[in-house]
Ligand binder design. Structure first.
Ligand code: RP5
Length: 165
């Protein structure tokens, strides 16, 4: 979803992160939360990162979801450059299965917070749900849709396991 004044910006360090970060986009879309998606690399496009993060609040964004893998400095650097809340998603890396990404994102120094989620798809989905929950504090319609999401999720859980077909 692309709109002029989206509530959430999903940024990621590389095209290769999209396979993970699209789950955040899909979750936001399912809840009717407007969002933009951008490739912004802390290492390969540092000027783009600076410009994006410095202008993010003025652009109308309320929350940033940032995904990166390996030496995952994107969420922390974005948080250093904007007053907006930043949720970090550690992308599963090939070499260290995302443990490097997780530790790079979670170990922020006191004073510059990044809300760090789980490695991979679960983290991307939950970053979107967390963003939606924050926005729902001042959006009754979204709060209702989030309640519906949870109720539908609960209804899908069988009471007994079934054998594979
Ligand atoms: C990070 O390096 C990106 O976030 C990505 O997860 C990782 C690898 O990037 P590519 O080499 O696949 O572009 O900056």
């Amino acid at each position: 979803m692309n709109s002029k004044r989206a509530d959430v910006a999903i940024i990621m360090g590389s095209q290769s992160d999209w396979a993970t970060m699209r789950h955040a986009a899909e979750t936001l879309a399912a809840l009717g939360v407007t969002h933009d998606r951008k490739i912004v690399s802390a290492h390969r496009t540092p000027d783009r990162l600076y410009q994006f993060a410095k202008g993010a609040k003025a652009a109308g964004y309320k929350i940033i979801i940032a995904g990166a893998g390996g030496a995952a400095h994107l969420p922390g650097m974005a948080a250093a450059l904007t007053p907006l809340p930043v949720f970090g998603v550690p992308v599963e890396s090939k070499a260290l299965s995302g443990q490097d990404s997780l530790l790079s994102i979670v170990q922020m120094p006191a004073g510059i917070p990044v809300g760090t989620l789980a490695i991979g798809r679960a983290g991307a989905v939950n970053a979107a749900l967390l963003a939606a929950a924050v926005l729902a504090l001042t959006d009754a319609g979204l709060a209702k849709r989030l309640d519906g999401f949870r109720a539908a999720q609960t209804a899908k859980v069988a009471s007994e396991p079934s054998d594979p077909q």
